[in-house]
Every structure is written in structure tokens, then in C-alpha cells.
Design a protein around this ligand. Structure first.
Ligand SMILES: C[S@@+](CC[C@H](N)C(=O)[O-])C[C@H]1O[C@@H](n2cnc3c(N)ncnc32)[C@H](O)[C@@H]1O
Length: 229
């Protein structure tokens, strides 16, 4: 963004706790004339919002993004709130798709991803993990790549799909595709929030359980991780 003024800021809001909202995120929201985000994200910035605010829902997503882009093009400063980090299954991808042929100045304010928060809670280095997100789509190519990574003994960190590829479905899928039933898995639910829960199980056990929709799943195919007390 050297030499230009950012008009559309895509702001990472962290995994949910106010403790993980950065001061860069707060400053960007304070300066914005329009703030757009899901209710859960807006509530983290109640005291920072000085301009107009718009609640984002699954239903108004397209219209709200168009409004964000059009307003930025008209010279308004817009902050678009994206949970976790905007670049990992966040709103950055959706905005880039919509703005590829338009001239709009974009800035990304990074946030703490749920993946980072999960790795921290598990005291896990994630330099070598295979990272997957099924949040937007669970294509058969991606599912096969996941099964291959597990069979190759890679540790995997993934964002499930709360409807079509839940941790339970993922575990069944991997068992059907040759994974060892004793493979350790960890499901990190609602990380940093009051109802945070971390469940250690095997693939076989996880295939018989339901988990909170908001979760990150870790598959320890290398089975080398220390268990937490
Ligand atoms: C649209 S994706 C956004 C991911 C986000 N950009 C990030 O970097 O964490 C939403 C999914 O992220 C995961 N997620 C977000 N916050 C979480 C949290 N506090 N605890 C566990 N998983 C979370 C859940 O799987 C949720 O369905």
C-alpha cells in the first residue's frame, strides 16, 4: 500500500476473545466510516465503531460485499471484519474475487487465526503440518489430498465444514480410505472463548461423536505429539 490511502480494509478479528483483537484492528475500525461484519465480530468493536455499521449474514453477504466495494470506490473508508485471519478461509478471498477487474485500494490487517490459537493451546509447532480448509468447499480432490497426507504420516491441521464435512464425517472418510483407526486426533472447539473445549480421541472414537460447529481438527498421523495433562 506504499504511497496510497487504503479505502477497503479487511480486518482480522482473531478467534473470538477480545484479548486477541489487535490494536491495529481497533485503530482501523475507529477510523472507518463504514464497518461491516458478522454480529459476533461487530460486538468485539462496540466501543471502537464511530461510523455506520452493517451486520453481515450468510443471506446478505453478496450485497454487503458489493456495498463495501462500491463505498470504497466512492472514497469512503470501509472496514470489513473477518474472523481469525482474513487470508485463511476469510473474507480476503471473497473480496479479491469481486475486485479483480475493479480499481479499489485494499489493505489487510492480519488477525490471529483459529489455527494459530489451536496450535498454541496444544503447544504444537506447525512448521511442517499439512494445512487444509474445507470451510468453503469439500471437493473430492481436496478430500483425497487429505487422505493421502494422513496415509503419508503427515500431521494435519484443518478447518472442517460444519455441514458437509464435520470432524465425525472426516474421521469416517479417513477410516474408509485406509487410515489407521488408532490415529490420534484433537478437536479444538470454541478456542479462546468461555466454552473452549479440547477433545483428544482416536479416529475411530471421533467417527462416533459430534463436535461443536466452530472447531479446528488436528490429525496426528505421525503420532509423535505429547498428550496434554
Ligand atoms: C469462515 S472460517 C474462518 C477462519 C478464520 N479466517 C481463521 O483464520 O480462523 C470459520 C471457521 O473457522 C473455525 N474457527 C473460527 N474461530 C474458531 C474458534 N474460536 N475456535 C475453533 N474454531 C474456530 C471454525 O471451524 C469455523 O467454522
Amino acid at each position: 500500500m506504499c504511497g496510497t490511502v487504503a479505502k477497503l480494509s479487511i480486518v482480522g478479528t482473531g478467534p473470538g476473545s477480545p484479548d486477541y483483537v489487535t490494536s491495529a484492528a481497533r485503530k482501523t475500525v475507529q477510523k472507518a466510516q463504514i464497518v461491516i461484519g458478522a454480529e459476533r465480530s461487530l460486538s468485539l468493536f462496540r466501543r471502537d465503531i464511530r461510523g455506520e455499521s452493517l451486520a453481515l449474514t450468510a443471506r446478505n453477504l453478496d450485497d454487503a460485499l458489493k456495498y463495501a466495494v462500491d463505498s470504497a470506490k466512492a472514497g469512503k473508508s470501509v472496514a470489513l471484519l473477518s474472523t481469525g485471519d482474513p487470508g485463511f478461509s476469510g473474507l480476503l478471498g471473497s473480496v479479491l474475487k469481486r475486485t479483480s477487474s475493479e480499481h479499489v485500494e485494499i489493505a489487510v490487517v492480519p488477525g490471529v487465526s483459529s489455527v494459530q490459537a489451536c496450535a498454541a493451546a496444544l503447544q504444537m509447532c506447525w512448521d511442517e503440518v499439512s494445512l487444509f480448509s474445507f470451510h468453503d468447499a469439500a471437493s473430492s480432490e481436496k478430500k483425497i489430498a487429505l487422505a493421502d497426507a494422513v496415509k503419508a504420516g503427515k500431521d494435519v491441521v484443518l478447518i472442517p465444514n460444519p455441514k458437509v464435512f464435520t470432524p465425525r464425517m472426516i474421521s469416517s472418510f479417513l477410516l474408509k480410505n485406509g487410515a489407521d483407526k488408532a490415529t490420534p486426533v484433537i478437536i479444538c472447539e470454541n478456542i479462546t472463548l468461555n466454552d473452549e473445549r479440547i477433545v483428544h480421541a482416536t479416529l475411530e472414537e471421533a467417527a462416533k461423536q459430534d463436535f461443536a460447529p466452530m472447531c479446528v481438527m488436528v490429525i496426528k498421523s505421525s503420532s509423535k505429539m505429547k498428550k496434554r495433562d
